[in-house]
Design a protein around this ligand. Structure first.
Ligand code: WT7
Length: 634
């Protein structure tokens, strides 16, 4: 693996090269892959439109670089190790050859149902190897996958199906999640009542839950693969053809479909995986994310498999059957690299050290964190008790839109510093700007985090609405990609991410748009107006706090609060359920009618004594009663 940086001076050298000659730098990384036709030009770009093309006119199929390429020397090596929900059930290992065959077989089955290049396919599945097979099968035939986290509601699912006009849905009868069995196919059925583009649904049998199968539309996974060949010619794709769409929330109400393309995403997820985790062939790598999020795409499936790694997929949850489950799995499969989220660390921290004690964690070489800023306390707990003080802890900052890790230590190469994502990867040029977009150079500066030069795995557009992509990411500061995060460069030049500066809340490492939650709350017939903000939450990082003006007739406050929470869970999904709802007589507004969220954030955080000047409000009198009724929030 020639692209692995192994020393700090090596990092500095590579970083310089990547900035001085980005095309040469990325061209060299790209050369290690199999291309059907080499690219003519490494990069064409402008951040105005925006228009970004990497490896222009290069032709390839990403699955040839994941599967075919690894058959010769690594066909019998494990590609995926699957650990099921029940600790007593047997784990499954798929070698690269088995993954190749299963992918092709399923790709042929999808083709037989009329799916081909450019068609969109929604994946709404549990954490089973078939979810990865589904992704790769789409990529094999050039279909564009869009995974919807299986915890989203039927209406969230329907919105996404309709937005991308999906032709097929891949799902399961049900999901196991800890002690729960969740009926999944039923959610799909409900969603499909408001979708017209879906021609077929393929159902993977996992839980044995009874389902209704609609004649001519719904098929069992085990039936459609019967008799299919284990060879399927890879569709030749352009480097800039779509690989997948992934919906994510923003500051406006409707989630947007972030589009990633084949060539650049392949090059960057591979490169970042190998360097951040310092993966060596034979290591067992485990990322605890769900494939429904970008972390699952880039660092369970694509990055690791492109690198010929063994990637572990876990179906269950960290606390089932008990809070030692993660550590039991680390011991059982001798995991070498472990990558999880601060929210999971904090949740497990609350159980104390006892659940860790029975397990041998000495296989661990690298531990990682992703999804939100990791607080120092959680950092030290993770470092000391899981890493036993001698594993580098990589705090990886990135986003759905960036496709891959942007700022992180390279394990053991760049020294750790608690709660600091640290330094940019080679090829990544972050800058900190003030409110006017002036670059703040040097150390000890704080402002908004932007990226000033393209990198291969950046988003290309938002599906069906390029203007929205331009507006959201490229219009705040001319000529820059704006991340939506605040950041500080400390006295050592290390970056510390300070969190979102827009109307986005980060709940357990998942992004929630406040407007999206407000829209859902407003669906309740008794709600007149609402405002949602984030507040500090011990486990989730940020919790969802909703203020609602309601028509109270015929309802008790307590019932109404419960109903509002339920409405949100039904409309978006349980992950968006507000942690607290407060019924208020009014919302603080500016003279132009805009809600003053700054005030609401202070109330939600229990810092009503630090409100600052409220005299410019249209309705200053309302603030007193909001502070007063905060004690009734539930
Ligand atoms: C937002 C992106 C990247 C995969 C998971 C979330 C926050 C992510 C970190 C980190 C501080 C982080 C940012 C970012 N974030 N990682 N290591 N330190 N903040 O993906 O849903 O696209 O959310 O998550 O605020 O903008 P996402």
């Amino acid at each position: 693996m020639s692209h692995k940086i192994q020393t700090l001076s090596g990092y500095i050298h590579e970083y310089q090269k990547s900035v001085l000659q980005p095309e040469v730098f990325w061209g060299r990384v790209a050369e290690s892959f199999h291309w059907e036709k080499r690219w003519d030009k490494t990069l064409e770009w402008n951040f105005e439109e925006p228009d970004i093309k990497w490896f222009v006119n290069g032709k390839l199929n990403i699955t040839e670089n994941i599967l075919d390429r690894h058959l010769f020397i690594m066909g019998d090596k494990p590609a995926i190790i699957w650990e099921p929900n029940e600790p007593g059930d047997e784990a499954v290992t798929l070698t690269y050859r088995e993954l190749y065959e299963k992918t092709n077989e399923f790709a042929n089955a999808m083709k037989a149902k009329g799916v081909g290049k450019g068609d969109r396919v929604i994946i709404y599945m549990p954490m089973v190897p078939e979810a990865a097979i589904a992704m790769l099968a789409c990529a094999r035939i050039g279909a564009v996958h869009s995974i919807v986290f299986a915890g989203f509601s039927s209406s969230s699912l329907a919105d996404r199906v309709n937005d991308c006009e999906a032709k097929m849905i891949l799902t399961s009868d049900g999901n196991f999640r800890g002690a729960k069995k969740i009926p999944v196919k039923a959610v799909v059925d409900e969603a499909l009542e408001s979708c017209t583009t879906v021609e077929s649904v393929i159902v993977f049998q996992r839980t044995g839950t009874e389902v209704t199968m609609k004649e001519g539309r719904d098929y069992w996974w085990h039936d459609v693969i019967k008799g299919q060949s284990k060879e399927c010619k890879a569709e030749i794709m352009d480097s800039e053809d779509m690989l997948f769409i992934l919906y994510t929330s923003g500051s406006t109400g409707k989630p947007k479909g972030v589009v990633h393309t084949v060539g650049g995403y392949m090059v960057y997820t591979y490169y970042s995986f190998v360097n951040v985790f310092q993966y060596s062939i034979g290591d067992v790598y485990w990322c605890t994310a769900d494939v429904g999020w970008i972390t699952g795409h880039s660092y369970i499936v694509y990055g690791p498999l492109l690198a010929g790694a063994t990637t572990l997929m876990f179906e269950g949850v960290p606390t089932y059957p008990d809070a030692g489950r993660f550590w039991q799995i680390v011991e059982k499969h001798k995991v070498n690299q472990f990558y999880t989220a601060p929210t999971a660390i904090r949740a497990l921290q609350a159980y104390g050290l006892e659940p860790i004690e029975p397990y041998d964690l000495s296989s661990l070489k690298v531990i990682g964190s992703v999804g939100e800023p990791i607080n120092e306390e959680a950092w030290h707990w993770y470092h000391d008790h899981i890493g036993k003080g001698n594993c580098p802890l990589v705090d990886t900052w990135w986003q759905t839109e960036t496709g891959g890790i942007m700022v992180s230590a390279l394990a053991g190469v760049i020294p750790n510093k608690p709660a600091h994502a640290s330094l940019p990867l080679p090829g990544i040029q972050p800058i900190i700007v003030d409110a006017e977009g002036n670059e703040l150079k040097g150390n000890n500066v704080e402002g908004n985090l932007c990226i000033k030069f393209p990198w291969p795995s950046m988003l290309r557009t938002t599906y069906g609405d390029h203007e929205r992509c331009r507006q959201t990411y490229f219009s705040t500061y001319k000529g820059l990609y704006f991340t939506g995060d605040g950041a500080k460069r400390d006295h050592d030049g290390y970056l510390r991410i300070l969190g979102r500066v827009d109307d986005v809340i980060n709940v357990s490492g998942h992004r929630m748009g406040t407007a999206e939650v407000e829209n859902a709350i407003n669906e309740h017939p008794k709600v007149i107006e609402s405002a949602v903000v984030g507040y500090p939450h011990d486990v989730k990082g940020q919790g969802i706090y909703a203020f609602a003006i309601c028509d109270m007739e015929g309802r008790s406050e307590e019932n109404l609060i419960a109903e509002i929470k339920k409405t949100v869970a039904n409309i978006i999904g349980p992950i968006a359920r507000p942690d607290k709802v407060q019924i208020v007589p009014g919302l603080p507004k500016t003279r132009s009618g805009k809600i003053m969220r700054r005030i609401l954030r202070k109330v939600a955080a229990g810092e009503a004594d630090q409100l600052g000047d409220t005299s410019t409000l249209l309705n200053p009198e309302v603030v007193e009663s909001i502070i007063e009724s905060a004690k009734n929030a539930k």
